[in-house]
Design a protein around this ligand. Structure first.
Ligand SMILES: [Zn+2]
Ligand SMILES: [Zn+2]
Length: 169
C-alpha cells in the first residue's frame, strides 16, 4: 500500500466482500495494491450501497482513474452506467467509490484463456453479489456468458435428449 495514494486509500484490504443486496460475504483478495492488474474488481457506492463488478487488464489505479474521469466529465458521450450512478444529486461523486479486488486472472493478457476466465469470473461474481440492475449497477446488455460455457451446456442438453430417447426405446 503506497503512502498518501488516493487509489490505495479506497482499496479494501480486508480480504472480504459482502453483497450489499443479499448480505452474503465472500473471500476477496487480500494482497492487493493499486498496481494489481488483470483483475476482477467490485466498486461499492458508499451512499446507496450499490455494487458494480468489472474486469480489467489494466492496473487497478488506471481502471479507477478511467471511471473517475467519466464521473468528472461533462461530455455526454463519455457517460457510463458508473458515471451516471455516481453523478446523482444525492451522491458525492468520486468520494463515494470503494474498491475490492475480487480475483486475479492467471492467464497471459489478451490470450483466449484470459478472455474466457475474465468473462466467466466476472459473470460468477455478478451473480454472487447480485449486481445487475436494479439491485446493483451492472447492465447485462452485452452477452456475459462465456462462449465455451454455452457450447458445453449445449452438449449436455444434446446428451440429455439422446439419453432420454434411448430410454424411451
Ligand atoms: Zn497506491
Ligand atoms: Zn450510489
Amino acid at each position: 500500500m503506497c503512502a498518501k495514494c488516493k487509489y490505495c486509500a479506497i482499496l479494501d484490504h480486508s480480504g472480504r466482500i459482502t453483497s450489499t443486496f443479499t448480505g452474503c460475504s465472500y473471500y476477496a483478495r487480500k494482497n492487493v495494491t493499486c498496481k494489481s492488474s488483470n483483475i476482477i474488481y467490485c466498486i461499492t457506492c458508499k451512499t446507496r450501497k450499490k455494487q458494480y463488478v468489472g474486469q480489467t487488464k489494466l492496473r487497478c489505479m488506471d481502471e479507477i482513474q478511467a471511471h473517475f474521469n467519466t464521473i468528472q466529465s461533462k461530455d455526454p458521450r463519455q457517460q457510463t452506467n458508473i458515471s451516471c450512478h455516481f453523478k446523482q444529486v444525492d451522491h458525492n461523486g468520486r468520494a463515494d467509490v470503494q474498491v475490492h479486488i475480487l480475483d486475479f486472472i492467471y492467464a497471459f493478457p489478451d490470450s483466449k484463456r484470459a478472455a474466457f476466465l475474465q468473462n466467466e469470473t466476472e459473470f460468477r461474481w455478478i451473480h454472487h453479489l447480485c449486481t445487475q440492475l436494479p439491485m446493483g449497477i451492472n447492465t447485462m446488455d452485452k452477452p456475459r456468458a462465456a462462449p465455451e460455457m454455452t457450447k458445453k451446456s449445449k452438449e449436455i442438453k444434446k446428451w440429455e435428449i439422446m439419453s432420454s430417447c434411448a430410454m424411451a426405446r
